[in-house]
Design a binder for this molecule. Structure first.
Ligand code: 13P
Length: 338
């Protein structure tokens, strides 16, 4: 493979100290849901306005190393008519791209799902590369119930993630491998730990089968937590301990970084949990964030669809990015919420 150095250079930028990744790659149906929550209709113009505002947040590059874009955004111009990727590059932020095509039922695996988008992936990726993308993201999901995820879902999803990652690396693009164990459900934290470990073991076995260079990828997992509807929730210390126990067992030390998703945690929970994880001292991997909702919710509320609220939205964005930048070093405290 001729891209080792390039992959290593991109990884190094993405896992810089004090910084993490902003996931702004909501698909059209997902961003419509987020906008509906603030009473805004999701039109092409509104999506452009909102994302352009967020990406021009002053000093965003002090805390954000990379932004994951949706294909539509990569093709859009900002409010000052620059390509969106250009806004990011101005702040030293690496542009990335979501490349999966969403999920649906996995045949013969009731309740389990599989992610689509391998057909034509290589061609799409070379186009995104020409537009400036240097890393990619692909998400697979696992539901927890008494019977899910089944063995078939664990194997099939791992295989798809590994095939995606191998294609990315063949083009010099860093793959973010995202196996998300969903937070929905009544399960215990112990149940989440068992599922997460089985999922990660299968993913790394598949990455090995497909010759994926571990040094040239990032893992984007969910933290180990109880289900959202479980009767008692776990504090940051318990989440940190359960998460690190699983990751130490299942994630090879050659992986340079683990960048967590927020997965339905509140912004404050996601920051406090990441902070507790980082307070456990040095680990083999950098431990950072790749949050969507936990970074953007306050900014979306402040914006509320009005361009005049731009400065308030940017200040909310700056604030969460800064707090997570601190949590990524274990330097956050809830007092900083003010
Ligand atoms: P959340 O942080 O909102 O879970 O989004 C991260 C993401 O990119 C999901 O694919």
């Amino acid at each position: 493979m001729g891209h080792h150095q390039e992959l290593a250079d991109t990884v190094e930028k993405l896992v810089q100290k004090g910084k993490g990744i902003l996931a702004a790659d909501e698909s059209a149906p997902t961003i419509a849901k987020r906008f509906a929550a603030i009473g805004v209709e999701s039109t092409e113009q509104k999506r452009r306005e909102y994302r352009s505002l967020i990406f021009s947040t002053p000093e965003l590059g002090d805390y954000i190393s990379g932004v994951i874009l949706y294909e539509e955004t990569l093709n859009q111009k900002s409010l000052d008519n620059a390509p969106m990727a250009e806004l990011l590059l101005r702040q030293g932020i690496v542009p990335g791209i979501k490349v999966d095509k969403g999920k649906g039922p996995l045949a013969n695996a009731p309740g389990d799902e599989i992610t689509f988008g391998l057909d034509g992936l290589e061609e799409r990726l070379s186009g995104y590369r020409d537009q400036g993308a240097r890393f990619a993201k692909w998400r697979n999901v696992y539901h927890i119930t008494d019977t899910n995820p089944g063995a078939l879902a664990i194997e099939a999803n791992a295989e798809v993630l590994a095939r995606y990652a191998a294609v990315c690396q063949s083009l010099g693009i860093v793959p973010i491998v995202e196996p998300e164990v969903l937070i929905d459900g009544y399960h215990t934290i112990e149940h989440c730990a068992l599922v997460s470990e089985a999922v990660l073991r299968a993913v790394f076995a598949a990455l090995h089968r497909h010759g994926v260079l571990l040094e040239g990828m990032l893992l984007k997992p969910s933290m180990v937590t109880p289900g959202k509807s479980h009767t008692s929730q776990a504090g940051p210390e318990r989440v940190a301990e359960a998460t690190l126990n699983v990751f130490r067992r299942a994630v090879p030390a050659a992986v340079p970084g683990i960048v967590f998703l927020s997965g339905g945690q509140t912004p404050e929970q996601a920051t406090a949990n990441l902070n507790a994880i980082n307070q456990h001292g040095p680990q083999p991997w950098e431990l950072s964030f790749s949050y969507g909702r936990a970074l953007q919710e306050p900014a979306q509320k402040a914006w509320a669809g009005e361009l005049d609220n731009g400065p308030a939205a940017q200040s909310a964005m700056h604030r969460r990015a800064k707090l997570n930048g601190a949590a990524r070093e274990g330097h956050y405290s809830p007092d900083m919420e003010g």
